[in-house]
Design a protein around this ligand. Sequence first.
Ligand code: SIN
Ligand code: CO
Length: 355
Amino acid sequence: MDSARFLRDYWQQQPLLIPAAAPFDNPLQPEELAGLALEPGVEARLVREQAGDWRLDTAPLNDTSFDGDEPWTLLVQRVDHCVPAVAALRSWVSFLPSWRLDDVMVSYASDGGGVGPHYDNYDVFLVQGEGQRRWQLGQRCDSSTPLRDNPDLRILSEFEETESFLLNPGDILYVPPGLAHWGTAVGPCMTYSIGFRAPRLSDMLSRWIDGMLPTVDPERLYRDPQPLVGARPGQLTDAAIAAAQAQLSALLMEPGSPDWFGELVTEPHDEDSAEVEGPLPALVALDPAARLAWRRADNGITVYANGLAISVDDADCADMLATLCDGGCIEAGVGQAHRALLQELWNTGCLLDDG
Ligand code: SIN
Ligand code: CO
């Protein structure tokens, strides 16, 4: 895949089929996925197809969940957080901002299984792991697109096929946000979905404002538009509203800390991501469940680790941070210049002992 061309012509715009460049080694066996799905704390769903409709099986998963004649799909979220060989698939998309990467979901479907026609708000790379799957692509969708009356699954009322592809192991289909898609297993198959999340503008707005509010001088008040044009008693003019909006826009554009953005995009899924006590191991790597990003600041680097901003006053740690974010490991022994930062990242639960 030519990444520059992909970023220019496809990313967030158009779907793209990327045929396997090399023989593909499926990183996880179906039995291993089923075993994982039964473990406590793992988010797994089973979707069954019945007479042209799809339903989420809400019964707790157990060994008999996979019996029955109806086509079914098992979907397991965040498999990259616990299976290193699945986390390794993330390196395929290392040319994209790693802080946008959400997780690698893995599905296993019986012959004919699928989750029905739907759209996602996220960018996704659908990597065919084992067997074959037919993917049909359809119309562009948004929050006004009609859905079937199905409380658990967001199935489209209408699906207008525009193209379809049969994926073999190692083939990748990139699907941009909002594009209808529908995958159907041709024989039993496994699919790895490398998903990218994007923060909601509504969340960004509230974080930005929350961060800014304590810094705004309470003696700064609204000023009437100049010159003030007379109006009728009680009339709220468009000019007054435009002035209010312009004054707020100007306020938002004043220099201030942008930490709200890094903190928001590195917030972990798991609210109680635990603090770690104890000494730093000799060799560390980023925990795939951790969220880490960094930015160059005026006086060094600001690191965002699981939703926390950490200021570091030398800029030399950028290479080390980039290595960690790219899945590499770092020697953390005596002599390591950035040990204090590594210790802090270790304590926030962002690192794994890679020794
Ligand atoms: C699947 O793997 O079956 C579903 C993935 C998707 O459509 O997002
Ligand atoms: Co989807």
